[in-house]
Design a protein around this ligand. Structure first.
Ligand SMILES: [Zn+2]
Length: 421
């Protein structure tokens, strides 16, 4: 049988072997694969998600690498369906076009293009667009929507083919996949192959500083192989013939970096945003192992609190639901010690209802059952939407239910607001 996990021994950015484990976590199943069979869901293999830091360049990363085929084959996330993403992509495309000022009929390439959502505004602006994404269903949706998409992994061979057949690209994007790729060196080599001399490459990735500040434990799963910061990226890009010229912090995904990159020695000057964030990272010791160890201690505190709560629920025989069959669900359950504590999960997503959460085998039922079953507690697993879920489920609270918010700090919310615990 194919071994789905491979162990890396060196840093993903600089290849140094001086990598140190800085955050120890519980192994978790591949989070996106909710199952039709409860026993299958419970029996799913768990893989490590421990976090490491490179002592040479400061890059924070996972070294247990899941085979991309296993990771993407049944991926059911569509960026066009994710709340706020189409609007985000429109505004990103607008700003990218202002920065690049591409000539008429220029080419835009999106690596990890998912359902084509990011390319749509570029196409609307008159650019030729090409997507690349190995996730079968997402690529099919993109092609059906008129966004020409290669359903395969980005490789130098494909990059050369795109350049040969369509010419160099004025805009290249890698949003999210920048955190997803194991071989980032190869990915930026592909960018260098395809990028026009006057073009810009834009990447987006969750920002390590925001993960630490917000204790965003729910976003640490197998897909996110890198937790990026600016300090290690600058020399990495330089080594690959590229140059970071601007970087901004965005609110999307609870805190991200959006970088603009040109060919090394290109016509644009490096702006103050790069030096600004480098200075901030240095002041915050972001590339020091002690900073990550402090984060690990915070996660352990959070876990101790939820374990105590779950023990109380077990002792009192409380009925407990989870809200949202999100990707982060199995992660939160494992990392915060909630195994065995949740009886059912409510969610209306057609690809989740009737299935079972992997790890604990918790059944997913439609959200209307929250009022029908009226559990004593409802743990919000779709942590990103906690506030909205509370606002739209006031009737559940009025009838005596309580929502449990897990991060960045544990909260119990009843009909009249936060309750002591
Ligand atoms: Zn390194």
């Amino acid at each position: 049988m194919m071994q789905p996990v491979r162990r890396r021994e060196t840093c993903r950015l600089c290849d140094s072997a001086r990598v140190e484990r800085v955050v120890k976590l519980e192994p978790i199943p591949l989070s996106e694969n909710y199952s039709y069979d409860r026993n299958d869901a419970r029996g799913r293999a768990r893989y490590p998600v421990d976090v490491y830091m490179c002592e040479a360049c400061g890059h924070v990363q996972h070294l247990d690498v899941i085979d991309p085929k296993v990771l993407w084959d049944s991926y059911t996330y569509y960026s066009g369906e994710a709340k706020g993403m189409p609007e985000h992509f429109r505004s990103v495309a607008e700003r990218a076009l202002t920065k690049v000022e591409p000539p008429a009929n220029a080419l835009a390439v999106d690596i990890g293009s998912n359902d084509g959502s990011l390319l749509k505004p570029f196409k609307a602006a008159g650019l030729r667009v090409i997507g690349v994404d190995p996730a079968t269903d997402a690529a099919r949706r993109a092609n059906e929507a008129g966004i020409a998409t290669f359903c395969e992994l980005m490789t130098p061979k494909l990059a050369r083919r795109i350049r040969d057949e369509h010419g160099p690209a004025h805009v290249i994007c890698a949003f999210n996949v920048f955190a997803h790729a194991d071989d980032l060196g190869e990915m930026v080599d592909c960018v260098r192959i395809m990028l026009h001399d006057d073009g810009l490459f834009f990447f987006e990735a969750q920002y390590l500083m925001d993960i630490i500040d917000g204790v965003l434990i729910a976003t640490i799963f197998h897909e996110h192989m890198s937790h990026h910061s600016v300090t290690p990226l600058v020399p990495f890009l330089n080594r690959h013939g590229l140059e970071l010229i601007a970087i901004e912090r965005a609110k999307i995904q609870h805190g991200s970096l959006i970088g603009a990159v040109q060919l090394r020695g290109g016509k644009r000057a490096i702006d103050g945003s790069v030096t600004g964030l480098l200075k901030l990272e240095s002041e915050r010791n972001l590339t020091q192992t002690s900073t990550l160890r402090a984060f690990e201690a915070k996660v352990q505190d959070l876990r101790a609190t939820t374990v105590r709560l779950a023990d109380g629920w077990r002792k009192s025989g409380a009925n407990v639901a989870g809200y949202g069959a999100a990707r982060s669900g199995p992660t939160l359950i494992a990392q915060l010690g909630l195994k065995g504590a949740i009886d059912f999960i409510v969610d209306d997503h057609p690809q989740k209802v009737g299935r079972f959460e992997t790890g604990d085998g918790i059944p997913v039922v439609p959200t209307k059952e929250l009022l029908e079953r009226q559990p004593d507690y409802c743990v919000i697993l779709a942590w990103v939407h906690a506030q909205k879920i509370i606002e739209t489920n006031q009737e559940y609270l009025r009838r005596g239910g309580r929502f449990v918010v897990l991060c960045p700090q544990t909260r119990i919310v009843g009909a009249s607001g936060d309750e002591p615990f």
